[in-house]
Design a protein around this ligand. Structure first.
Ligand code: ADP
Ligand code: MG
Length: 731
């Protein structure tokens, strides 16, 4: 009998009795941000000069002088030490998809051997992590393996607590010795800057007082939580974060009894615990609830400036992993940990806010502010229309292919949902803004726009849950982002394409104004053109349906179901020019990124293929053969006592069926190994990725089909790995 599975299930009992109730009854406001060097801590621990310089840098991105950095470092060290920190670390987000830390002690020895604690400006501003093994897509030749982390003053330092001690973490970018970016944050910061500039310029048509526009992000994080021991009894979950085999349970999500139901107690305790940790780190979590699939949940914060929101999301994932351990739980951020039930996404709610307090994607109350809203709204649609393939590429990963490319919404086809009212507003602009324009037309149109938009709020009810990019009242919600992704990838792309579109918009409007057109009319005329140009990307129906896939094809929209296909756009001339002109990536950086993501794809599929082969050969087949032997024994005995074959027909049939599945698994696993060998010999990263996609990965489903059939046949006692019902329902 396979003991690991049953032992793991046994241990759940003791795990769920071990109720951790960490909720200390304190108000959130009493602990919020207590481990973050921000707000009043800055005032208290910094000199006046340092305080002014840092807040100015945070607001307008100005450089901080060495001398002042020295003062900031000193204040930061005192603050951190008073809270028990002994070490500091530059905290960054390399392209591995996780966060990286390299801890250094404050402790050092003076030349005469005196032990002191120190943290100087240099250590704050720049570090050289010994990190030659982070993905770099060939940017860092091995002889020049230096990479630097550089302080991002816009994101506040924080203290990470663990049972082992406390560490002061300083958010940084990660770049090569020649300045080329090797992380998610550097391009994000650049995209924030170009969008700020482009958006402010357009805002000036309406309000000269606007001097800064910030992109805002509120992410909704979906995840699964299962018992740690049961998870550990599945090599596929441990190594790949998802199950590679496993038959769908009799009861899945069809009763819809989990969604928004009461949160299971053990998970509730876990939520409260990670929320507390998050509050200390200044992550403004607000919402928690069950999601559609069994064992699936969601949390969401109050939105923040996009750079900080991205840091908070990556930090949260880290916190959740750590806190789950205390609760003997395992969090799964994978997009599709279980076949047959819903996968997980990370909706990126995105908008633009001015320093005068206006949400540019929030419909206004007067004709004037509504034209401002429409300007940004239509430009966003145009940006998605013109660069849909780039958005698809920004969210491409082996794990997200299981959502976007498979039978799940949203699909891989990018489209924008805006709701009935806004559709009619756009229709009307297209219809009525034409060449000849009388004063009266103008007035009526303005009034109409004004009249229409407040009704928008009611539009919230007909939200389309299947759209990859939906307008939801005062923001766009990019829903196709994967649950395990770093939001920076989608956000830098979105910021960049929006900036590009706004810049072109400004040029076109200015040209009309120069020719003597009135400003409002010029704006409306360009908007009308953009609406016409972008029609193809608007879709209000069911994105999940086959009819949409066909319709989209007719419209000429791309439908890249796999990562290798989706990534090709990254190295096209148009893309290179766009990112170069906007100052986000050089050509070399783009090529490097392309290679890194392709390589990552290959590695992920390769690991999954190995684990799948291992599971079949070492777990599934032995169990099947053992069961088959019992059947054979049985048949032999029945024959011995003189029964006719007709009376053990069922057993004979089972022996045969089991044999057939064993054969199929064996043959396909062998074929998969052959294909892997062939693929590994391919030198070019692109071709290797396609080989893995088209020849290796395609075998997964075939193999799985037979393994899952065997799971249904083989004696339950002999089955070595926890089944779906145990993974999803026991806690
Ligand atoms: P749901 O989409 O599940 O109904 P909500 O509409 O409440 O949820 O909001 C989802 C997320 O959108 C939250 O994180 C919220 O903070 C964020 N959000 C709301 N307004 C904005 C905005 N102007 N910019 C960015 N994110 C926003
Ligand atoms: Mg949402």
């Amino acid at each position: 009998m396979s003991s690991f599975r049953f032992e793991s299930i046994e241990s759940v009992g003791s795990h769920s009795k071990m109720q951790i109730n960490s909720y200390n009854g304190k108000k959130v406001t009493a602990i919020f941000g207590s481990n973050v060097f921000t707000g009043s801590a800055l005032r208290q621990y910094l000199t006046d000069e340092a305080y002014k310089s840092l807040t100015k840098s945070i607001q307008s991105g100005t450089k901080i002088e060495r001398k002042v950095a020295e003062q900031i470092a000193a204040g930061m060290k005192t603050w951190a030490e008073e809270r028990g920190a002994t070490h500091f670390s530059h905290w960054f987000q390399p392209l591995t998809g996780t966060t990286a830390e390299k801890h250094d002690s404050f402790f050092t020895l003076k030349s005469d051997g005196t032990a002191i604690e120190t943290f100087d400006g240099d250590a704050l501003i720049q570090q050289e992590p010994d990190a030659s093994s982070f993905p770099n897509g060939g940017i860092r030749a091995t002889f020049e393996a230096r990479g630097y982390t550089a302080w991002d003053p816009a994101s506040p330092p924080f203290i990470i607590e663990s049972a082992q001690g406390k560490t002061l973490c300083i958010p940084t970018i990660f770049i090569a010795y020649n300045g080329e970016s090797l992380d998610y944050k550097a391009p994000l910061l650049k995209s924030i800057e170009v969008l700020d500039k482009a958006a402010v310029d357009v805002c000036h048509y309406f309000d000269k007082n606007v001097s800064k526009v910030t992109a805002t992000l509120g992410w909704e994080q979906e995840y699964f939580v299962i018992d740690e021991s049961i998870a550990n009894a599945r090599p596929d979950l441990v190594m790949c974060g998802r199950t590679l085999i496993g038959h769908t349970p009799a009861k899945g999500q069809q009763l819809e009894d989990h969604y928004f139901g009461s949160i299971p107690e053990r998970v509730f305790a876990f939520m409260q615990d990670y929320e507390q940790e998050s509050y200390k780190l200044g992550i403004p979590l607000r919402t928690r609830h069950n999601e559609v699939a069994p064992a699936q949940f969601e949390c969401a914060p109050i939105f923040e400036e996009v750079n900080i929101a991205v840091d908070h999301n990556t930090l949260l994932m880290d916190v959740m992993n750590k806190v789950a351990k205390r609760h003997k739980l395992k969090v799964l951020f994978h997009e599709k940990p279980f076949a047959g039930v819903n996968g997980s996404g990370k909706h990126n709610n995105w908008s633009l806010a001015t320093d005068t307090g206006v949400n540019l994607l929030g419909p206004g109350k007067t004709p004037r502010t509504n034209l401002l809203f429409l300007t940004f709204f239509v430009n966003a649609i145009k940006a998605v229309h013109d660069h849909a393939d780039l958005l698809r590429a920004a969210i491409a990963s082996a794990s997200n292919d299981h959502r976007l490319g498979a039978n799940e919404a949203p699909p891989a086809i990018m489209s924008v949902f805006i709701g009935t009212y806004l559709t009619s507003v756009l229709d009307e602009i297209e219809e009525r803004v034409n060449g000849k324009f009388s004063e009266q037309d103008e007035v009526i149109l303005k009034l109409d726009i004004h009249k229409h938009i407040p009704e928008l709020m009611m539009d919230n009810t007909d939200r389309n849950r299947t759209s990859p990019f939906a307008f939801t009242g005062n923001k766009f919600e990019f829903r196709a982002v994967g649950s395990s992704a770093n939001c920076a990838s989608s956000m830098s792309t979105l910021n960049t394409i929006m900036a590009d579109t706004l810049k072109k918009f400004k040029v076109e409007v200015d040209a009309k104004i120069e020719k003597g057109e009135k400003k409002e009319i010029a704006i409306l005329q360009v908007l009308r053109q953009y609406i016409k140009d972008s029609r193809n990307i608007l879709f209000e129906g069911d994105n999940y349906s086959d009819a949409w896939a066909q319709e989209a094809e007719k419209r000429g929209l791309s439908n890249f179901k796999t990562t290798p296909e989706a990534l090709e756009v990254l190295i096209k001339d148009d893309t290179i020019n766009l990112f170069k002109n906007m100052g986000i990536y050089t050509e070399r950086e783009l090529h490097a990124r392309y290679e890194i993501v392709m390589e990552e794809y290959v590695k992920k599929v390769q690991i999954e293929a190995r684990i799948l082969g291992y599971l079949c050969t070492n777990h599934v087949l032995p169990a099947a053969i053992q069961y088959q032997n019992t059947l054979i024994e049985n048949v032999r005995g029945l024959k011995e006592i003189g029964l006719k074959p007709a009376s053990y027909k069922a057993q004979l049939n089972l022996v045969e069926v089991v044999s057939r599945h064993i054969q199929e698994i064996n043959d396909n696993v062998e074929l998969m190994i052959e294909e892997r060998k062939k693929a590994n010999k391919i030198e070019h990263a692109r071709d290797r990725a396609f080989a893995y996609c088209d020849h290796v990965k395609v075998l997964f489903d075939k193999i799985r089909y037979h393994a899952d059939k065997l799971e249904l046949i083989v004696d339950d006692k002999l089955w070595p790995m926890p089944k779906y019902r145990e993974l999803l329902f026991i806690r």
